[in-house]
Write a protein that binds this ligand. Structure first.
Ligand SMILES: Nc1ncnc2c1ncn2[C@@H]1O[C@H](COP(=O)(O)OP(=O)(O)OP(=O)(O)O)[C@@H](O)[C@H]1O
Length: 235
């Protein structure tokens, strides 16, 4: 198994606060990872460093053995929790925007995903409900033929049917050359479709491993493990 992302003693400080604190982690190619942790545990900060959007304060983060930078950015998707569209944009405009920016953007896949998620290309994004917005953002992210696809809270605020559609789409696009890193608080949903789980707390790593091995070893479901690991956290 080849390592796609590796970090050692990775730290990101905001002032004196350590958002990511001495993180040592290896992410293998071709697997689907659940990135778990309560609010403020450092999940987004970690993904933003992997995407090259912010720089570590100390430590290393390597993509395919090289420092995160121009090369890795071209092969990495980071879908943020925030909206990043201009107010005039329709879903069609957003597709053109992505096509201009990313060589690996696949317009046909985007069209198929919009249709599967019941979104019309001519719909104005600023008028979308939060669930429609989540589906459109996922359609854009999943239309890139990238090696590392990081989805930050893709399941938040959407109904069960849309949730299943997004999870099924991730499963459909899984391949030995693609790695998914999906952050969520919805452990139940992720347990069904992820190979590995990373538990973060206070910017550090609490536990990580293959989902089937962790559940077998501890004799607990992922939800039970989650509750145990974060029993002292306010959620
Ligand atoms: N730009 C910033 N400036 C200052 N502090 C920040 C900044 N971004 C994140 N933090 C702090 O870093 C810590 C980790 O935040 P982060 O967003 O990475 O957590 P998270 O696990 O993604 O949380 P959530 O599940 O709520 O999205 C938090 O304490 C947060 O307040």
């Amino acid at each position: 198994m080849a390592t796609i992302l590796e970090c050692s003693e990775l730290t990101k400080k905001y002032g004196s606060h350590r958002a990511v604190d001495n993180l040592n982690l290896q992410i293998e190619r071709g697997r689907v990872y659940a990135l778990l942790g309560p609010n403020g545990s450092g999940k987004s900060t970690f993904m933003k460093m992997a995407a090259g959007l912010i720089h570590p304060s100390s430590g290393k983060i390597l993509f395919e053995g090289e420092s995160v930078g121009k090369n890795s950015k071209a092969k990495t998707v980071y879908m943020p929790t925030e909206s990043y569209f201009y107010s005039y944009m329709t879903w069609k405009d957003a597709g053109h925007y992505f096509a201009d920016f990313y060589e690996d953007f696949q317009p046909q896949v985007y069209e198929q995903l919009l249709s599967a998620f019941s979104l019309e290309p001519k719909m104005k994004i600023s008028k979308m409900s939060s669930g429609m917005m989540a589906k459109g953002k996922a359609a854009l992210a999943l239309s890139r033929d990238a090696s590392l696809i990081m989805l930050d809270e893709p399941l938040n605020g959407i109904d069960i049917i849309a949730r299943d559609q997004i999870l099924e789409t991730i499963q459909k696009y899984c391949s030995p050359t693609k790695t998914f890193l999906v952050s969520s608080h919805l452990v139940d949903d992720l347990e069904r479709m992820t190979d590995d789980a990373i538990f973060m707390k206070n910017g550090g790593l609490v536990m990580c491993g293959k989902v089937d091995e962790l559940t077998k070893h501890h004799g607990k479901t992922m939800t039970e493990l989650y509750k145990e690991v974060y029993s002292d956290c306010v959620m």
